[in-house]
Design a protein around this ligand. Sequence first.
Ligand code: CA
Length: 336
Amino acid sequence: HAVAAGPEAVQGQYHWKLVTTWPKNFPGLGSGAENLARYVDEMSAGRLKIHVYGAGEIVPAFEVFDAVSQGVADAGHGAAYYWKGKIPASVFFTTIPFGMTAQESNAWLHYGGGLALWQEAYAPFNLIPLAGGSSGVQMAGWFNREINSIADLQGLKMRIPGLAGDVFAEAGGTAVRISGGEIYTSLQTGVIDAAEWVGPYNDLALGMHEVAKYYYYPGWHEPGSMLEFIINKDSFNALPPDLQAIVTYAARAANQDMLDEFTARNNAALQDMVSNHGVQLRRLPDDVLLALYRADQKVMQQLVASDPMAAKVNASYQKFYAGVRAYHHISEQAYI
Ligand code: CA
């Protein structure tokens, strides 16, 4: 919000509160909002100051959407799929199980009409969404026992958000929805048997290797998780056009930076876990992945049938996905 006239008010200076769904100063995912604030400060020569608050400092993690929508804060950083109870279509803007990679999602959002659909979905909430960084392909998660068949998932309590949680439940597990800051204790105390968080770089930072032994891949459930910046429309409209442009381009830069950071740091973190912390790396068996895929197809059909906006976004997403994936088979995949 613009600073009211007062002794400390600087002419033409704006202060924003940005609330996040991450613990304060959290590396990786948490860097998105910190980078946005820094880029905007530098590019605007201090005319727009964005003050970043971690989960629980102003509002709890899962109240970020409402806080920004209602103007309690000017901006937020989190993941669209956290709001799927409110906006079923929101899952497509983060990631869907067996969906697009980070590179493909970025292309869909910025060159395939995805961002316009996202803005349409958030407009009733007085919010402007922007891509806010990506983890790349995530890991399937941490388990306190080996997963050798689909029977091993039956009744397993796992922290797994988004549409993937519904898929996991359809496959016989129990999906638990808790924020990042609560995962460690929940797994340690046995409230949950398994948890997915991100990938080696962020999972090491959270200490996941201390509370579970088996680390599974691939991240079928989050193949390219896109985070989000959300901006209160009134706060955005109150800025002069040059500051609006700075916020928009700074978000685009912060979005790319996060994927670069994860790509650079994941392997070193994984080697540290395996070599120094006794982590057991495992691949999910093919029949487990196939069972999850079949469950996913069912959940996707239900989602699309239940919500017109989800159907509209899905049509755009699947059309783009088919094209980009066909090309990636003969480019990225063939090359690697
Ligand atoms: Ca995740």
